[in-house]
Design a protein around this ligand. Sequence first.
Ligand SMILES: NC(=O)c1ccc[n+]([C@@H]2O[C@H](COP(=O)([O-])OP(=O)(O)OC[C@H]3O[C@@H](n4cnc5c(N)ncnc54)[C@H](OP(=O)(O)O)[C@@H]3O)[C@@H](O)[C@H]2O)c1
Length: 266
Amino acid sequence: MNNNTKLGLGGHSFIGELGNDPEASFDEQCAIVSACLDNGVVWIDTTYYQERFALGKVLQHLGRRSEARITAWNFFREPGNDDRLTGFAPYTLDSLGVQLAELQTDFLDLLVIHSHDDVELLRREIELASIWRAAGWVREVGLGMARREDLENLPAGHPITRVLAPYNAFNVQAANLFREAKVRGMDTIAMSPFVRGWNLDRLEADRKPAAAATLLRWVTTQEIVDTVFVSMRRAEWVGTNLAAEMQGPLSAEESSLVRELTDSLK
Ligand SMILES: NC(=O)c1ccc[n+]([C@@H]2O[C@H](COP(=O)([O-])OP(=O)(O)OC[C@H]3O[C@@H](n4cnc5c(N)ncnc54)[C@H](OP(=O)(O)O)[C@@H]3O)[C@@H](O)[C@H]2O)c1
């Protein structure tokens, strides 16, 4: 068991969209989650409702809900659009019950509110999350796709303890957000170390393992990053990515590989 890893399992591991590998079978999903929990990768993200259904089923089957720290975002099933990945929708009174039922759990470790420009509506969502947290249905509240300026607009006494944003060698925009979040005592979650899996698949096969390991370490070794959500549609990638992380900071040669990759894959 590795208690020092920053890795968390991305929810896109449970769906076929947004990746190259086909959707993992139920057995493979169980193997992925088991490999994560056996090795200290306890944070498991879910963005779309399909991911919540899948994770709920897997954890129920494995009997390991209590070992996982479940994250859920406000992307909901739209009637008549069951197969689609829908956009985010603001939280309402009913939202949490839906998420909990899909995940087959009675609390969330981290409820994520997707940021947006309607400051008043965002405040109401934050108020709702505070009520859910006080009731014990939500352990922590995070702000997802957060921007630096969102931190200025948070209401006094807000419950936000984590910010989440895409952050990788190709997209460093969230660096200011993460720095400021750390100053304010919040934790940071960097998402999508490879941007998407298909980005890596543009490389020749023999270059892929070193590229993946280097891009992952570029994120995991940063002090402003507490957790990294990476999708893994194959159980074997859990060990591969943990081993990469354990190699620690990049050498000068590896840093130039990162520059080469960001130039060639942009
Ligand atoms: N970026 C956003 O806007 C956003 C928003 C909300 C939530 N998130 C969260 O962030 C998570 C991660 O984002 P992501 O899935 O878009 O991008 P990602 O983690 O950068 O890419 C994941 C893909 O990389 C490939 N991969 C993983 N380990 C590998 C290895 N060792 N060697 C080669 N390939 C490897 C797999 O590709 P294939 O399976 O495709 O082959 C995997 O699906 C999501 O699952 C989600 O939980 C992201």
